[in-house]
Design a protein around this ligand. Sequence first.
Ligand code: GLN
Ligand code: ZN
Length: 748
Amino acid sequence: MTIQTTTLGYPRIGKNREVKKVLEAFWSGKSDTETLLQTVREVEFANWKTQLEAGIDRIGIGDTTLYDHVLDWSVRLGLIPDRFRHLSGLDQYFAMARGKDGIPALEMTKWFDTNYHYLVPEIAADVEPEANFADFLATVQRAKALLGEQAVAIILSPVTLLGLSRLEGDLATHLEKLLPLYSDLFAQLKALGITEVQLHEPILVTSSAAALREAIATTYSQLAEMGVPIHLVTYFDDLGVTYPWVMEMPVAGISLDFTRGRNLELLQQHGFPADKQLGVGIVDARNIWKVRPESVLSTLETLHSITPNIRLHPSSSLQFVPYDAMRETKLPEPLRNVLSFAEQKLEEVVILAQTLAVDEPSDRLAVVQTQWQTFEQFSPVNSAVQERLRHLTVNHFEGAMPYEQRKKLQPALPLFPTTTIGSFPQTSEVRQLRVKLKRGEITQAEYEAAIDAEIAKCIQIQEEAGLDVLVHGEFERTDMVEFFGQQLSGFAFTEQGWVQSYGSRCVRPPIIYSDVARPQPMTVREFQVAQALTEKPVKGMLTGPITILNWSFPRSDISRQEQAFQIALALREEVADLEAAGAQVIQVDEPALREGLPLKLERWNQYLSWAVDAFRLATAIAQPHTQVHTHMCYCEFGDIIKDIERLDADVISIENSRSNNRTLQEVTEAGYSHQIGNGVYDIHSPVVPTTEQLVQQLQAGILNLPLRQIWVNPDCGLKTRRWEEVIPSLKNMVEATHRLRQEISPKP
Ligand code: GLN
Ligand code: ZN
């Protein structure tokens, strides 16, 4: 007996980020179209070859992209918003991705609960879709030449595409327009000799899936007629209530994720149709750890005994992990040996399939077992941290005084206090300092002196602008998570561990590999340097526990909650130290709180309960006279407002400049009683807002909320902006605030 293996997608930025580099060269005019396309084809070819050589039987193809795979399908289907219609080709494609000459790009948002961002299709009611599959078909032809029968086309299903779109009109009407195009694509694929397609249908694991039954049934019955065997592919969670009817679809196979959610239970409960093949997503494509052989094999055996016709694959596309763990030669060997990036995951899938097929213990899995044992001996256990976690009581999560009382003890500030979110322009000179330090070209003392000079400049600029609560500017931070990870124990950093965040943007998430602790203060020095230069309060600036956790690769042996609490305990010490050093205001950023929400509504409460607790654990140590702020880069929290309240931060700053104060209305209606800074201008744009515009924006805010609750700030950090934009913007912001203060005297 043999057991087949397949893949659902592969990293597409290139092992050495070739695609990123060529894209950026292309955009700046340093590279031509042919070089761009050629580079992408080379990366694609190398990816196929790796999968072929690893011994994968059915290789998913067609997921390589110049920017984003969802955008690719929008364009192939002719779903082009009017504002881009005068453009064509790559010009149009990149305009949709990045905007052009003042034409705004498509909206970008997170792909399900991952940290990858896709471009949201915008579909007008009267759009007439028209197909152009030329690039996809050309890919298929190239793939056929290398892979022959083994090439499987990866296609984003029209239901998921529409489900993720900004739709004008109803889904069913649009689906009716799209299905003939898909049928046409299937016919062409068949003509090219494609013998299997994967229709990716991740929308089925979300809470909105129950309403999609009709759409799914229509889609699969129509496309099944085209005579190309279809594999319906889902990932990121279980099928939930849709399980029974998804099983009825006329497809050759159904792929389920067995690394997340309760698919195993569902399968045990409802069985699996004998006429279909079960695709088993068994190797976690969202995290970087090797499988634990025992537990995985027992799951596989259970599945196999219920339904013998199975094939194995990574739980989703491997685009969420880097290419190759073996390149991380600077990591300690015991750690490196239990890491699994894309190449190792291919190997794992193949070994597991072989082991299951011959039904006897495998030497290679025995090796993995030993590697885990070695790692466990190597990985430092911090019993002090574990001890502290075991002895947490309700008091650790409770501030010393309720908001209404402590508010009176906190810094007295003018009406509509002005502040910023933390970072100031991170110029190339500043970044160069870190490079020099790393290369040993400057000493630590020289580095710190240069950072301090930036801090001094930043304080002076804020004083001149007339801001009320200042910041030090975060010049010493590369990235708001990496900076803390580097100072905490329990985190490891890769050299080549890049994953695509969006387009050409790649990130290297830290790896949490053991208990987290704080050997020494992390931010106190820079805070003190800044506070010594001004009479105004300077905010202590921290990244919150949930954001640090969600933007890292977490451990797989303990729960996310436990990891969040460990990080929170470390931050708690930092809060106390900042306070002891004189901080009257401390901000703990949690931009990732919302994106960590589970895909299924019924699991929201459970997540929010520990996530909010983690924030409270980090901050409740603050004395009543210390004002605690938090910041979130979004404003859609109408649906979690109760949880936002439970954070119990004195002040929250949010993104609001692009959403017409809708959130403020929701916040007012919910009776939110703490202070709130609605971002008054969009820092993502280089445009300097005028005083007039800012006054208007402020007035809109005032209509909604009691005056004493309102703060004035930009909508996010100023890191990516230039000083020439930041200085006049902040001056105008303060000027607008002054005008308003004069116009209005608050009722007591
Ligand atoms: N304090 C951080 C900054 O100003 C916050 C960034 C964020 O919200 N993503 O850069
Ligand atoms: Zn932000």
